[in-house]
Design a protein around this ligand. Sequence first.
Ligand code: NI
Length: 203
Amino acid sequence: MVAKLWLAIIPLLALGVVAAKAGDQPPDRFTATEMMEDLMYGRGTVGGPFTLTDQNGQTRSDTDFRGKLMIVYFGYTFCPDVCPTDLMAITQALDALGPAADGVQPIFITIDPARDTKVLGEYLLSFYKSFIGLTGTPQEIRKVANAYKAFYAKLPPTKDGEYAIDHTGVIYLMGRDGEYLGFMPPQTDSQKLTEILRKQLAK
Ligand code: NI
């Protein structure tokens, strides 16, 4: 189990190290390794209060979702592979739960607020119907991501000005009182996700 987890995480760490060398490093940012270690070894808190804006322009806070489990995922709509794969796994897991999925609130927090404006809502139409997409100022998003120990770093732009963002793609599971329950590594398959959610919903 632990070994499997590491297999999933090592490529992320490697990516993070490359990005940290290539990009600028604001003082409020930790390295991918530091953040992933904190997460894995349970150092410090994970999650906490947030107030951001959803894809319909409504203000949303973590307290709006009390009484439901929260799935929290940090990503961006231009992400070529990891984000859509994980969002699809979350979608399939929630589909498999049937009506019980009402007890789970899936949340996608963009780490690319500059580009994820109107496209955020359009993008989420491809995934589970109750998905909420959240955005905010770069500072607000960095603060929430740091609280979740979620790493991200913009990569140098290509000639046409487009850029990719290196990021941790873990799936966070939060409890009905907003407490941190755990995280699932990127590429967790939807059946495992369904089992985990079913167990938590039964509690
Ligand atoms: Ni991604």
